[in-house]
Design a protein around this ligand. Structure first.
Ligand SMILES: Nc1nc2c(ncn2[C@@H]2O[C@H](COP(=O)(O)OP(=O)(O)OP(=O)(O)O)[C@@H](O)[C@H]2O)c(=O)[nH]1
Length: 208
């Protein structure tokens, strides 16, 4: 059977417990929102395929536990990540203030080329907001990251955030991708040939 994707990247969700990492991932991968909070134990992951510049990118998104006691386990996943989504909760200032700590861990353990974005989740809950959009934006700028306010509850900017970090990873790893795929034109030619071959194989199978 033809491969369902061209390249696989690993993304990591990082942030304090309760900021909504699992909910964001479920919203993105399954289109669902479950308001019950069951803390992630260690790590969990979901897969999703995105098509960017004609390349089928399979993303394996690792959802890490925000709780301190799992940090030894979760840190082992940093070095295998190409993209990081830092998440804080706009209704919880400490989760915003802790982004610096998450970022310094990444600095220590993740590959140099890792691509990062900052997301302020729960942006649907305006009455309880404790972190302004300007504060989020300023922090992201200080770290040289792109910034989104999002909501797993309403879907706002969920797909956009995950797609953007994947685009950044694809750009950063472009040379490696080209090495793996050949030039894009060659790759598309090969993909077209493969499609033709698959069609022929299918019609042969049907004729039997
Ligand atoms: N209003 C609102 N609540 C949200 C949103 N996303 C998550 N929540 C709530 O926040 C709580 C925690 O969400 P989780 O996704 O479990 O948090 P987490 O970051 O994965 O937590 P850990 O697994 O402990 O690290 C849940 O009770 C959700 O209902 C959102 O976008 N808006």
């Amino acid at each position: 059977m033809a491969k369902q994707y061209d390249i696989l990247f690993r993304l990591l969700l990082l942030g304090d417990s309760g900021v909504g990492k699992t909910c964001m991932l479920r919203r993105f991968a399954e289109g669902e929102f479950d308001p019950s909070h069951i803390s992630t134990i260690g790590v969990d992951f979901k897969m999703k395929t995105l098509v960017i510049d004609g390349i089928r990118v399979r993303v394996q998104i690792w959802d890490t536990a925000g709780q301190e006691r799992y940090q030894t386990i979760t840190k082992q996943y940093y070095r295998r990540a190409q993209g990081i989504v830092f998440v804080y909760d706009i209704t919880d200032e400490p989760s915003f203030l802790h982004i610096g700590k998450w970022a310094s861990d990444v600095d220590e353990y993740a590959p140099e080329k890792v691509q990062m974005i900052l997301v302020g989740n729960k942006a649907d809950n305006e009455p309880k907001r404790r972190v302004t959009k300007a504060q989020g934006s300023k922090l992201a700028e200080a770290y040289g990251m792109e910034f989104f306010e999002a909501s797993a509850s309403t879907s706002r900017n969920i797909k956009e955030s995950f797609t953007r970090v994947t685009e950044l990873v694809l750009q950063a790893y472009k040379n490696d991708v080209d090495h793996l795929l050949g030039s894009l034109d060659d790759y598309l030619d090969r993909a077209a040939l493969q499609d033709q071959k698959d069609d022929q194989d299918a019609s042969r199978t049907c004729a039997c």
